[in-house]
Design a protein around this ligand. Structure first.
Ligand SMILES: C[S@@+](CC[C@H](N)C(=O)[O-])C[C@H]1O[C@@H](n2cnc3c(N)ncnc32)[C@H](O)[C@@H]1O
Length: 242
């Protein structure tokens, strides 16, 4: 098994990503777009045990993926699964699960083969300010999958789709970059649509029942998404392109 630690970025920061993924130093003063960055960089905030990114990273070796997760034990499991997938091994108890909801989705282990996942890395942190982590215009897309709902109204600013956070994410996106949100929580989804409107943005794609739609986002599912679908819950989805 490849070393689990290879998948951890211990000192993340705006200037480290080219080095992390290509081994090349970023030139001092170079913009992200000039730093050998023909590859697209995607981020999931609150990646949990990494199922979603393992699938994307294995299906798209031409892109790079970062998962950030605040709980150490959870991100450790994501890294173990990445290492196992890189070996072409089964992904433990989670990988063995049949996806009863769709025959279209493959496991990351099947996708990854034996070549490893050099295009996937994890950070153990609770994201607060994006400027500590990513240069302006450096990301092609940000995924927020089944974020904690923080149901009390006095905690609204803690929700990952609060307008101040959305604007913070937007500064790190390239022109044409996107923010994509999936949630089972209908109240959080209503809130998210309001916050998107407050930012002056118009959704490019939106569904209150993603898996009854023909949107491509239905094809790569997260761990929580599988659980909620199995329980018969509708999955809400919105994507804004900036
Ligand atoms: C409900 S789980 C969803 C996990 C995964 N995205 C999925 O769909 O299966 C939400 C995760 O987000 C993490 N989280 C919440 N706020 C975060 C933040 N600000 N930065 C990083 N992780 C965060 C939590 O620790 C938790 O593991």
């Amino acid at each position: 098994m490849q070393a689990v630690r290879e998948y951890l970025v211990e000192e993340p920061g705006p200037d480290v990503w080219t080095q992390v993924f290509t081994g090349q130093q970023r030139l001092a003063g170079a913009r992200a777009s000039e730093a050998g960055a023909s590859r697209d960089l995607y981020l999931e905030i609150g990646c949990g045990r990494g199922d979603f990114l393992l699938q994307l990273a294995s299906q798209h070796p031409e892109n790079d993926y970062i998962g950030i997760e605040g709980q150490a034990s959870v991100v450790l499991r994501a890294m173990e699964k990445a290492a196992a997938a890189g070996d072409g091994a089964a992904l433990g108890e989670d990988a063995g699960e049949e996806d009863a909801t769709s025959g279209e989705e493959a496991t990351a282990a099947e996708d990854a083969g034996a070549g490893g996942l050099p295009n996937l890395r994890f950070v153990c942190a609770f994201v607060n300010s994006m400027e500590d982590l990513f240069a302006p215009g450096s990301l092609s897309g940000i995924y927020l999958n089944f974020s904690d709902p923080w149901p009390k109204s006095r905690h609204a600013k803690r929700r990952l789709t609060y307008r101040g956070r959305l604007r913070d994410y937007a500064r790190t996106l390239k022109p044409g970059g996107f923010i994509a949100v999936k949630t089972d929580n209908d109240a959080l989804f209503d809130f998210t649509l309001e916050e998107i409107e407050a930012c002056g943005w118009t959704p490019e794609e939106m569904s209150r029942d993603l898996h009854e739609s023909d949107l491509p986002a239905r094809l790569v599912t997260t761990e929580y998404e599988k659980k909620f679908r199995a329980a018969g819950k509708n999955i809400n989805y919105v994507k804004v392109v900036l």
